[in-house]
Design a protein around this ligand. Structure first.
Ligand SMILES: [Mg+2]
Length: 229
């Protein structure tokens, strides 16, 4: 079988950094609006910009700058903007912090299966993270895509000569990693991360209703796949 792995919040920590940065951003804007309003307006701007910028830290940083200008009615000063840019740099420069046990899990599953990374986000940042993770040798292919929808998975699998029925995708996001793969005839395993980006929220029952198993942690995956496949 070919086993696809999502990367952010599946192989390494990611969303916790975005959430911590959002809290810092809320503090930074606290003289103009309370934390809840800052958070909501930032999220609205991120959503609005999604089709322009796609996913990732650079998109998030541009949205923070736009939100800061918007929330302060144009009164934000250069020192605050500089701090926001540095928050973005800090997220970009953060080395890949691996999820517990990931190396052993990949080593074990890689003995019986062929492994891929399929991640979405900023191309340059994702490639840098894959390199800095030290995990690259476990994988047959690493792919950075703009969207994780059924069409993208179908095209990608076709490109590598993989049939959907030979493919299992592992990830923390139901709408990105699990449901679109099931839709094209593959299988998905959901391993939730302890925090979920608002944009990736989905009804957990949706997974069960499509026959997608949910595991508590990545280290459960080798035993689970051994009995499931
Ligand atoms: Mg993810």
């Amino acid at each position: 079988m070919i086993i696809g792995f999502d990367a952010d919040d599946t192989l390494w920590h990611n969303e916790d950094g975005f959430q911590a940065t959002t809290r810092t951003f809320e503090d930074l804007l606290s003289s103009w609006a309370d934390a809840a309003e800052v958070g909501d307006r930032l999220f609205d701007i991120e959503k609005r910009n999604m089709n322009r910028y796609g996913y990732g830290v650079k998109a998030f940083t541009l949205s923070m700058i736009e939100a800061a200008i918007d929330i302060s009615d144009g009164n934000i000063d250069a020192a605050h903007l500089q701090t926001i840019i540095e928050l973005g740099h800090h997220l970009l420069d953060r080395p890949a912090e691996l999820i517990d046990g990931v190396d052993d899990v990949l080593e074990s599953i890689g003995r019986d299966h062929t492994l891929m990374i399929i991640t979405k986000g900023d191309l340059y940042h994702q490639l840098a993270r894959i390199d800095s993770s030290g995990l690259k040798d476990h994988f047959w292919r690493t792919e950075v895509v703009a969207h994780k929808d059924p069409g993208t998975y179908r095209e990608l699998l076709g490109l590598h000569g993989v049939l959907p029925r030979e493919f299992v995708m592992i990830g923390n996001s139901l709408p990105s990693d699990v449901l679109p793969v099931i839709e094209i005839g593959g299988r998905g395993v959901h391993i939730p991360y302890h925090v979920t980006w608002q944009m990736e929220h989905a009804d957990p029952d949706a997974a069960a209703s499509h026959g997608a198993p949910t595991l508590g942690a990545l280290h459960e995956l080798p035993d689970f796949l051994a009995s499931w496949l």
